[in-house]
Design a protein around this ligand. Structure first.
Ligand code: SAM
Length: 288
């Protein structure tokens, strides 16, 4: 197996295949020999569990995933990587590359086609320019993944795993934590990548809840409240929600008061449970 954490091997592959790294596609490949085995180890619960990888690069993580899982499907956008991957993954017939933009993949049908009834976990070193959209795409697909273990920029990791009710949280924190438990596993310094990005990264894992904290039919309403609340986070929740949701201030005030909040509370101070209760209260206050 080609050692893809060896800089000489990477340079040689790039040279022979005339490959240049695309900044626009977030092509910072892992070169730290400890990181990919750690992602595969924590991300794959059992060999029978299939793996969906997003973005193969030269295949450094794919090689590790292939050693731990019986079936790996990797979605990669950059077709220039095809000749490289032919060389780096030739020992793994149970790995299939699908040349597509992950954002354009309709996940329920795609996973059924590729994996049948197999359980599926997601493992990836995500392209940074679409971290949140990809996570939302996965979480909103309605597919119940075993787990989602991904490398993201440190700042995104902090936000995604923040406690709702703390200053570090944002709309994406709530959007993720409405569907699953997010935790930071370990940090990865910038020099673990080639080319090295300007910031450090971290690996996070999202474990979808066994029992949803929010029923699917209520999700849209909660997300609207969350977006409005965080859009103007310096304002009071009353002002932010009234303007963001287009509601009279008295309606929002009545809902906040019914939930036991003071008139000056800010949205970022609310926990997930409080946001869920407030969504119900807003619905009631609006509809009398
Ligand atoms: N897994 C490799 C590694 O760890 O070295 C590569 C990770 S690199 C951060 C991100 C990869 O995602 C690149 O190979 C890039 O071409 C690919 N990519 C970027 N945008 C994509 C998209 N919309 N859909 C699928 N893959 C994408």
């Amino acid at each position: 197996m080609l050692n893809l954490t060896d800089m000489q091997v990477i340079r040689e592959l790039a040279r022979r295949h005339h490959f240049t790294f695309s900044k626009g596609l977030g092509q910072n490949f892992l070169i730290d020999p400890e990181v990919c085995p750690a992602i595969a180890e924590t991300g794959i619960p059992a060999p029978e569990c299939g793996v969906l990888e997003i973005g193969t690069g030269f295949g450094v993580l794919t090689q590790e995933l292939a050693q731990k899982s019986e079936q790996v499907i990797a979605v990669e956008l950059d077709k220039r990587l095809a000749p490289v991957l032919k060389e780096t993954l030739h020992e793994f017939p149970h790995v299939k590359i699908v040349w597509q933009d992950i954002m354009k993949v309709s996940l329920p049908e795609f996973l059924r086609e590729q994996f049948g009834d197999r359980r599926v976990a997601v493992c990836a070193n995500l392209p940074y320019y679409i971290t949140s959209p990809v996570l939302m795409h996965l979480l909103e697909s309605g597919v119940r993944f075993e787990s989602i273990t991904v490398m993201v920029q440190q700042e995104a990791a902090d936000r995604l795993c923040a406690r709702l009710g703390s200053r570090a949280a944002g709309a994406v924190t709530a959007a993720v934590q409405l569907r699953g438990h997010a935790e930071q596993l370990f940090s990865v310094p910038r020099d673990s990548f080639y080319p090295a990005p300007k910031v450090d990264s971290a690996v996070i894992r999202i474990l979808p809840y066994e029992t949803p904290v929010c029923p699917q039919e209520k999700l849209e309403a909660v997300l609207k409240v969350v977006k409005a609340g965080f859009a103007q986070r310096r304002k009071t929740a009353e002002n932010a929600l009234a303007s963001g949701l287009g509601l009279p201030k008295e309606t929002v005030a009545a809902a906040l008061s019914a939930c036991g909040h003071s008139a000056t509370v800010r949205f970022e101070q609310l926990t997930l449970e409080q946001v869920l209760a407030l969504t119900d209260a807003l619905h009631e206050a609006k509809n009398g």
